[in-house]
Design a protein around this ligand. Sequence first.
Ligand SMILES: [Zn+2]
Length: 490
Amino acid sequence: METINTTRSLCPVCLKPLPAKLVLRENKVYMQKSCTSHGDFEDLYYGDAALYKHIMEEYSLNKGEPSNSELKLDISLPVRGYSTKSTPVIGIIDVTNRCNLQCIVCFAGCSSAPTLYEPTFEEIGEMMDTLRASEPPCPIVLFSGGEPTIRKDFFEICTLAHEKGFSFIIVATNGKMLAAQEDYYEKLSRSHVDIIYLQFDGLTADPYLAIRGTDLLPIKLKAIQNMKNSSTAYPNVVLVPTVIKGVNDHQIGDIVKYAAENISKIRGILFQPIGYVGDVNDERLLNGRITNAECLEQIEKSFNGKITKKDFVPLAWIRDFLDAYKRIYPEAKTINITTHPGCFSIAYLIKHNNELIPLSRIFDLDKLRSFIRNLEPGSRSEMVTKFTLVLPALIKKDGIKFSGKLLSVIKDLFLMGAEEAIIRFHTENVLLVGFEHAIDANNYDCDKVENCCIHYSTPENDTIPFCAYNLLHRNRIEEKFGNDKSGKNG
Ligand SMILES: [Zn+2]
């Protein structure tokens, strides 16, 4: 068996840090590690070895670094689980661990959490300050939980985030409140919420019964209908399915098609292959390991080759744009996207005449990337001129009809700034499809965690990468800062 990489992981039993090997077998990548007390472990790491090698060669930040895991192993791992090389681009604040559902799968472990954890309005303000104090300041705050919308002061919290200067405010919700109250969407809009992450596991009852313990489909559809009925255009909706092999992976393509049909409101889908943290006990669910690669295969199948794996790029693809932007305009406070290529895959799909056309069929993404990497600094209008001149060489045959639109996006980017350009780009028939694979103790990879751009903000004035928080820190933080030590149901 060929070892294609090494990294640092944990023993899934005692959480002791361990060196781990990534090995190749039948075009899949597996993680192998061995604990002196608990034996050998193996788990699927990436479901397509050729794709893994490609994205690591093209997009890895650690290219050229020695990969001797014995040397890199950090003895502070059991305490922190990571050392941070990244700053938060999305900062998550859990506003409560109370929930109006009792999901079978919950990475926050809400059903079993012994302590009520609900920071005060003032504490939440301080947690926002921690995010804004990072360098560069964290631009996006995501309110999560528990179910954040059950807090009575939730609109005030969102408004405070706006006052603190966050560019984007995201609310993660199961949609029950949006379904029950027809004006809830407008209230979120008035509270400056930009994006609603709507938990959405499929288009039939089965996935909800398996994952949530009850059929939530009617609630999801009602929530979406209420939002569509509203005269308010904003916030946009991003569907967030938890993906489990054998439970709902076969619905991935249908979910994309459903989103495209409702593109007036739904602008994105963020598929999350399951990570085994928090509340998961069910045998069928525990056998549902799936990675981004197999999810992309499902997309290929559903769209008969009109959308393929190759149309997706790691989030790191955007890094080159931001690096060029920083080189040209050093004064701009631009975010650093350090995300590991194995964590995140994205594609922009343009809806045109009821078809979805990946951006990669319009633009030659490789040529565009190398053009950007070699851009020399110049004024904003010089940049637009350079792009205008080179654009015909970057556009593919099928993309010519979109060239006017693309040029206007590029103009916005340089003349109005990245934020405005992103907002304008998303207000047309554009669907962002992403796959974000959270990790757990079985496939824990310090290289991923250290470069993670999604951090929780904690009451300790600290930020902790997403997967490290859920696996290693959530219980400790909720216990330490819990409001009611006798238990949240007591
Ligand atoms: Zn062990």
